[in-house]
Design a protein around this ligand. Structure first.
Ligand code: FES
Length: 340
C-alpha cells in the first residue's frame, strides 16, 4: 500500500511523494529526487529531524540524543526512521532549494469565468491530460497571466474535482490578471501554474475552529470547507466573513449550502461600509462572539489584508484570549501571499 506524503519546506513549497509500505520518508523522498537532510540514516545523529503535522506513523528506532522523548511526543520525527501508516504532512526544516525540490509546475486550461460582482471574479482551470496536482486546502498556486508572463498568487478555492479547480480573486481595475479575466479570457486558454505553495492549510481538526475571512480571503476557506464536508466535522466551526462594501459580499449562497450540509458549521457576514444596509456592520472583530472563542481552546485561521491580521491579534489580546493555534495568511492585491 502506498501513502501520499506532503513535504512542506521552509520557503512554503510543498511537494507530494508516494511512500511505499515499510518505506521510510527519507528513502521515499530520495527516490523521488528530493534530497531531504540526512546523515547517519540510522536514527543516531538527528540531522533529519522534522515535524509531522498530520497522519499516523511508526517512528522507528533511534537514540535519545537524536530525538528526545518530549520532542517525539510533540510530533517531531526522524525521516530516516519514520514509516507512515497513513497519508502524512511533514514539515522539513530546510528550504526546497536546499533539498533540490523545486515547486511543481503544471499547465491548465481556463474552463470557466464568472464575474460574481463588480469586485470579485471566480474562475476555474482544468488540468491538461497527464498533469498532476495535489495540494492541501488553504494553499495557493502561482498563475502566469496569459499573454503577459506576470505571475499572481491565488489560493485554491475548491478541492480538485475531476481535474478542475476554482479560484476566487478580487477584480482590480487595471490589474493584469483582472484585465485578462474581464476582457480577453477565452475558455481553453492555457495558463502556466506552479505550486502548491504556502503553510496556510488546514491542520488535523482536534478543537473547535474559527475561520476569519476578509474579502476574497474567503477563497482558502471554501477549499477547507469542501474537505470538511467530505471528511466530516466533529467539532463546532464558525466563519466570520467581512467585506468592505455590499458589492464585495459574494458566494453567500455557497456558505449557506455548507451550513445546511455540514453539521456544526455556522457563519456570519459583515460589511465595513457605514452606508451599508447590511444587518451587521463593522469589521470581523466586531462580530467575534465569546462563544466562538471557546476561552482560547480554538484553532483560528485568518486570511485577509495585513491590517485585518493585526486588528484580530489586538482584539484577541485585549480580550485576554490566546488561541491554541493561530494560522494566518496576509495578502495584498497583486502581491505574493505571506503565511504563518
Ligand atoms: Fe541521522 Fe536520521 S539521518 S538520525
Amino acid at each position: 500500500m502506498t501513502h501520499t506524503i506532503a513535504l512542506s519546506f521552509e520557503d512554503g513549497v510543498t511537494r507530494f511523494i508516494a511512500c511505499g509500505t515499510g518505506e521510510t520518508v527519507a528513502d521515499a523522498a530520495y527516490r523521488s529526487g528530493i534530497n531531504v537532510p540526512f546523515d547517519c540514516r540510522d536514527g543516531a545523529c538527528g540531522t533529519c529531524k522534522s515535524f509531522c503535522e498530520a497522519g499516523s506513523y511508526d517512528a522507528g528506532d533511534y537514540i535519545e540524543d537524536a530525538l528526545a522523548a518530549d520532542e517525539a511526543a510533540q510530533g517531531y520525527v526522524l525521516t530516516c526512521q519514520m514509516r507512515p501508516k497513513s497519508d502524512c504532512v511533514v514539515r522539513i526544516a530546510a528550504t526546497s532549494a536546499m533539498c533540490k525540490a523545486a515547486a511543481g509546475t503544471f499547465t491548465a486550461r481556463l474552463s470557466r469565468v464568472e464575474q460574481l460582482s463588480a469586485t470579485a471574479i471566480r474562475f476555474a482551470v482544468k488540468l491538461e491530460a497527464g498533469a498532476q496536482l495535489s495540494f492541501l486546502p488553504g494553499q495557493y498556486a502561482n498563475l502566469a497571466v496569459p499573454g503577459g508572463g506576470e505571475v499572481r498568487a491565488y489560493s485554491f478555492a475548491s478541492l480538485l474535482r475531476e481535474g478542475e479547480v476554482e479560484f476566487l480573486v478580487r477584480n482590480i481595475p487595471g490589474g493584469r490578471m483582472s484585465s485578462y479575466l474581464s476582457e480577453r479570457a477565452r475558455v481553453g486558454d492555457a495558463i502556466a501554474c506552479s505550486g502548491p505553495m504556502g503553510s496556510f492549510y488546514l491542520r488535523p481538526v482536534t478543537r473547535p475552529l474559527l475561520f476569519l475571512a476578509g474579502g476574497t480571503g474567503l477563497a482558502p476557506f471554501l477549499a477547507m470547507l469542501e474537505l470538511l464536508e467530505r471528511d466530516g466535522l466533529g467539532v463546532p466551526a464558525h466563519l466570520v466573513y467581512g467585506v468592505t462594501s455590499d458589492r464585495d459580499l459574494v458566494l453567500v449562497d455557497r456558505l449557506e449550502a455548507f451550513a445546511a450540509r455540514l453539521p456544526g458549521f455556522s457563519f456570519v457576514t459583515c460589511v465595513g461600509d457605514a452606508a451599508s444596509t447590511h444587518p451587521r456592520k463593522g469589521y470581523v472583530t466586531h462580530h467575534l462572539a465569546p462563544e466562538h472563542l471557546h476561552c482560547g481552546a480554538v484553532d483560528t485561521y485568518l486570511c485577509g489584508p495585513p491590517a485585518m491580521v493585526d486588528a484580530v491579534r489586538q482584539h484577541l489580546e485585549a480580550a485576554g484570549v490566546v488561541p491554541a493555534a493561530f494560522h494566518y495568511e496576509k495578502f495584498a492585491p497583486g502581491a505574493q501571499a505571506k503565511a504563518a
